[in-house]
Design a protein around this ligand. Structure first.
Ligand code: FAD
Length: 305
């Protein structure tokens, strides 16, 4: 499981300022982030499509503190969707957004209006939107927003986290026809009252959620780099007679690219989550926290700068 002390750093403005000033950080960040500009993101997506993969593009940034920033996020996403369409990358590429980047921390209706504008732009260019899940304090409001968006845009994907004890209950409303649901383990430091503290329990919960999704009539999106979980997904899909286009695997940009290609070659749909933008700090620290070896890799890059 992710390292809780490191995850706390993802919310520290002081460490954010310090680490973004160290030039050597950039080289390590580039392993996980596709670049700072829309052009970088589009180029990365085109390369993934060339490998037979699909993509979901995330404009980095979260927890905005002003209405102007929230509006700017929605505008940036509509611009990104136009760029992806101009490059011929839709519908293979869609977008992933965080409601906290659209002002959820300020006002739920501000975030919902912003998300609606992004969905309208996605519908116009012929692709889809996924709503990322953030920490447990936001789950009710985020799922309510997804349900509200699905009235007009039934293809909006929800994300659920197996680390949270509540998730099997949430899935009851999410396994219906056509429902796109991304299943993840969960990337946030959560209290034991709401989340399983032990990795083995998160993995077991992942398998239970996976079984519910595969047995349902929605479109499961199995987002993990854990190959035991991937094998289980493949077996369950076969058991339920699912066709290759009725579910998909998802992995993050820069993690297990060889597996992305191997799984695609076996005939599975594989979507890569592509983050881009200047505000990479919190995302980057969550990736470091997931794997001690990443911290060592980062430390070595700093020492050799
Ligand atoms: P783990 O058991 O953590 O990892 C399994 C193996 O994968 C590791 O042993 C290692 O070999 C490799 N691995 C995992 N992480 C890394 C890493 N950072 N660097 C290098 N190798 C690694 N979380 C949310 O809370 N909300 C979201 O909306 C969300 N969206 C996601 C979208 C996608 C497409 C994916 C793949 C993940 C997303 N996550 C999200 C993150 C997720 O919750 C996990 O934190 C992350 O995927 C690591 O867990 P794992 O399932 O890969 O399993």
């Amino acid at each position: 499981m992710a390292n809780a002390a490191l995850l706390r750093l993802s919310r520290s403005d002081r460490v954010r300022r310090l680490s973004t000033r160290v030039p050597a950080t950039r080289a390590v960040v580039d392993r996980f982030v596709a670049g700072e500009t829309e052009a970088d993101a589009v180029r990365t997506v085109q390369a993934l499509i060339g490998r037979g993969l699909t993509a979901t593009v995330d404009r980095l940034g979260e927890d905005v503190t002003t209405r102007a920033q929230a509006t700017a996020t929605a505008q940036a996403y509509t611009g990104l969707l136009d760029r992806l369409a101009d490059a011929g990358a839709v519908p293979a590429a869609e977008v992933s957004l965080k409601l906290s980047a659209l002002g959820q921390g300020l006002d739920d209706s501000l975030a919902l209006d912003g998300a609606r504008r992004v969905c309208e732009a996605a519908a116009r260019v012929g692709t889809t939107v996924s709503v990322d899940m953030e920490d447990h304090t936001t789950v009710d409001r985020t799922l309510a927003a997804v349900h509200a968006l699905r009235v007009d845009f039934p293809w909006v994907a929800a994300v659920v986290q197996s680390a949270l004890r509540r998730t099997p209950g949430d899935l009851a409303d999410l396994v219906g026809p056509g429902s796109r649901v991304r299943l993840v383990k969960g990337a946030y430091a959560e209290p034991a009252a709401v989340a399983h503290p032990a990795k083995a329990d998160v993995d077991a919960a992942y398998d239970r959620c996976l079984a519910l999704l595969m047995a349902g009539s929605g479109h499961p999106q199995v987002a993990t780099h854990d190959l035991d979980r991937v094998d289980r997904a493949v077996a369950l899909a076969a058991e339920h007679g699912r066709t290759a286009d009725s579910w998909e695997l998802q992995m993050l940009y820069g993690i297990r690219s060889d597996e992305q290609d191997r799984l695609r070659a076996l005939g599975h749909q594989v979507r890569v989550y592509v983050p881009y933008g200047a505000d990479w700090y919190a995302y980057f620290v969550r990736r470091l926290a997931e794997r001690p070896a990443n911290v060592a890799f980062f430390a070595r890059a700093l020492l050799h700068r």
